[in-house]
Design a protein around this ligand. Structure first.
Ligand code: GDP
Ligand code: MG
Length: 252
């Protein structure tokens, strides 16, 4: 039996977007069908509802620090390059229903790219990370997205473009790079966020938004597929359905 979800991981309202010009949607509440389904079944739902989220981007843009700031509530000053991939589970309760994000942290080095790409498959969300103080890392974002998309169905993946290290940029520099980032987000249909793992600025809001939007999309898609109105049936998924599968790779 899992321990109860921590109080600061409970989501009862749809969190706000960062920028209305680059948001996946700008509605101010969860989809009414999702709210209704959760309302009916929240009490007797003890099940496994998971979304796989992959985090990609150039080496040293701050992917690992971003995840660890959210998970531990602190900035990890000891730099350790990620080797291959790591994954962490983060548990939430959304509209009274247990929900977990499986956060896959990948290595940005060219030599690990092939290993990492074998873990891209079956993602519900892709987070493309760039460093707000490095234009080249933003320029590479499109390539990261293309690589991640090769393994996924574009119609069912939510995209987030996240600029990190907000603490390092002056307001002028920030405005300039944000203009580019928002333009790219509109083009690739991603939701844009600017955060700082160092100060914590925006990190919690960002992950709450990821959890909420993936939860909403999961429930809506299950409602559509099953034609059922019972969220209890929907989220009673077997663990086997969600176990990370290691695929054989013929590269690297
Ligand atoms: P990754 O390779 O993308 O996983 O990058 P890391 O998370 O390991 O971070 C790379 C470097 O950037 C480390 O030296 C971190 O201390 C630094 N870093 C990460 N996030 C921030 C941030 O928000 N602000 C600042 N100033 N430095 C950061
Ligand atoms: Mg890393």
């Amino acid at each position: 039996m899992l321990p109860p979800v921590k109080k600061d991981r409970i989501i009862n309202q749809l969190p706000n977007y960062f920028s209305p010009n680059a948001a996946l949607h700008t509605k101010d509440g969860f989809h009414p069908q999702v709210q209704a389904a959760c309302q009916v079944h929240k009490k007797d739902t003890v099940s496994l509802n998971i979304a796989k989220v992959i985090v990609v981007g150039d080496v040293a843009v701050g992917k690992t620090c971003l995840i660890s700031r959210f998970r531990k509530g602190a900035f990890d000053k000891n730099y350790k390059a990620t080797i291959g991939v790591d994954f962490e589970m983060e548990r939430f309760e959304v509209l009274g229903v247990p929900f977990s994000l499986q956060l896959w942290d990948t290595a940005g080095q060219e030599r690990f790219k092939c290993i990492a790409s074998t873990y891209y498959r079956g993602a519900q969300a892709i987070i493309v990370v760039f460093d707000l103080s490095s234009l080249s890392s933003l320029a590479h974002a499109r390539q990261w997205l293309e690589d991640a998309m090769k393994e996924n169905d574009p119609s069912s993946v939510l995209l987030f473009l996240v600029g990190t290290k907000k603490d390092l940029s002056s307001p002028d520099q920030l405005a300039q790079i944000e203009q580019e980032a928002i333009r790219l987000s509109e083009e690739i249909k991603a939701e844009y966020w600017a955060v700082s793992a160092k100060s914590g600025d925006g990190v919690r809001d960002f992950f709450f938004r990821v959890a909420s939007l993936t939860f909403e999309a999961n429930i809506l898609s299950e409602l559509e597929n099953s034609g059922s109105r019972h969220v209890g049936d929907i989220i009673r998924l077997t663990e086997a359905d969600h176990k990370p599968t290691k695929r054989k790779s013929n590269c690297c």
